[in-house]
Ligand binder design. Structure first.
Ligand SMILES: NC(=O)c1ccc[n+]([C@@H]2O[C@H](COP(=O)([O-])OP(=O)(O)OC[C@H]3O[C@@H](n4cnc5c(N)ncnc54)[C@H](O)[C@@H]3O)[C@@H](O)[C@H]2O)c1
Length: 368
């Protein structure tokens, strides 16, 4: 059980992902960007070259920060958005790195959301058989989820994230001031991942979310991000490659089996990933009710927090049978068995194989 929620604001928070010689720090808060600049200056003084892949929208909106970064790193801009996570961009970036004589001792920097982080991390993992990289996340989703844990990758026409690697960053610097320019809908989508962490393993965080409406400038946001990163860091330290037979890193997929099916069946781009995961968590909560009799009121509590964050809680025009089929095709479904993360209580979760008839009946209820 987590400690009670502590009010926190102003200072920078540091925590660590423990992976023996690949352990790394996560710096969160107002000031993390300056901490990153200091680290890059040291790297440059040690004759390392630094090459930054920056989200073009971030570069346009944070010109002063980019100018400061350009003193230590060469900057290359790429558009955010899912279509940038492509093998074509991997090839393009690798060619640029080679042309610029970026060597094995050099470091890449990912400045952007999950798209830039996943793409740059993947390039860092394959260029010259792997070079170092840093994560500077600029979306809430990237701060609480994608920048931590070392999953990198790109999409191919056959599916999302089908080409990828595990490659941990040297450090993560999550400066919350970047969130001031993040569109409201993207912020809300990131909140879905915060809610996910709370339901999975942090009852105190969940209670705080029931009481407060977090925004990018809310004094409790950095503490909420820290709690999500801490949960992810603990899970990743124990099961880096998601090989645990039960629980482990797979717990982070709470709401995702339903969520991926929603994204696919509604057509990619109609729901943001976080929006689909939010509804997915509600469906998973119904499933837990049906199977084991989850703590009463869970479903309504999750629904009310999702609503408060401006996330959708209903779906229409999707067919239950199509969604079930999409789940069987999901790359996380192994040997034809559907596995779900179930939270019987807020703050406690487990993984379980579930019969397709139970899943179908939850889908039919939900889509009625
Ligand atoms: N590696 C992992 O463990 C992991 C985990 C979860 C999600 N992901 C991946 O993350 C990706 C989604 O990430 P995302 O939601 O951050 O999307 P994104 O990177 O596409 O960013 C969303 C939008 O916000 C813009 N943006 C980014 N930062 C901004 C800022 N500070 N101000 C204004 N605009 C800004 C981007 O240009 C983009 O249009 C997906 O590809 C998903 O597969 C990876």
């Amino acid at each position: 059980m987590r400690a009670e929620y502590s009010d926190w604001s102003g200072l920078m928070i540091n925590l660590k992902v423990k992976l023996s010689d690949r352990s790394y720090p996560i710096h969160i808060g107002n000031g993390a960007f300056e901490a990153a600049l200091a680290e890059f200056e040291k790297a440059r003084a040690a004759s390392k070259k630094l090459f930054c892949v920056a989200d073009a929208a971030v570069a346009a909106k944070h010109k002063t920060k980019l100018a400061a970064l350009s003193k230590t790193a060469e900057i290359f801009e790429i558009n955010g958005g899912e279509s940038s996570k492509s093998l074509a961009n991997v090839e393009k970036l690798c060619s640029i790195l080679a042309e610029k004589n970026i060597d094995r001792k050099s470091c890449l920097i990912a400045l952007g959301g999950g798209v830039i982080g996943d793409l740059t991390g993947f390039v860092a993992s394959v260029y010259m058989r792997g070079i170092d990289f840093y994560q500077l996340p600029t979306t809430l989703l990237a701060m609480v989820d994608s920048s931590v844990g070392g999953k990198t990758g790109v999409n191919i026409p056959e599916g999302k994230n089908l080409v990828g690697s595990f490659h941990q960053p040297r450090a993560v610097f999550a400066d919350t001031r970047f969130l001031n320019t993040l569109p409201r809908r993207e912020f809300a989508a990131g909140m879905a991942e915060v809610i996910k962490c709370a339901v999975l393993g942090d009852r105190a965080l969940f209670s705080m979310l029931e009481r407060e409406s977090l925004s990018c400038k809310h004094s409790k946001l950095p503490e909420a991000i820290r709690r999500c990163c801490r949960l992810k860091a603990e899970i990743v330290s124990a099961d880096e490659r998601e090989t645990s037979k039960s629980g482990g890193r797979a717990l982070l997929n709470f709401g995702h089996t339903f969520g991926h099916a929603i994204e696919k069946c509604a057509g990619y781009g109609n729901y943001l990933h976080g929006e689909a995961v939010g509804i997915g968590m509600l469906m998973a909560s119904r499933l837990a009710d049906k199977l084991a009799g989850a703590e009463s009121g869970n479903f309504d509590r999750i629904k009310s927090v999702l609503r408060k964050c401006g996330l959708p809680v209903k779906l229409s025009k999707l067919e239950a049978a199509d969604m079930l089929e999409a789940m069987y095709r999901d790359k996380k479904t192994l040997a034809g068995k559907l596995k779900f993360v179930l939270a019987d209580k807020i703050g406690e979760s487990r993984t379980e194989h579930v019969d397709s008839s139970d899943v179908l009946s939850v889908l039919e209820d939900f889509l009625r």
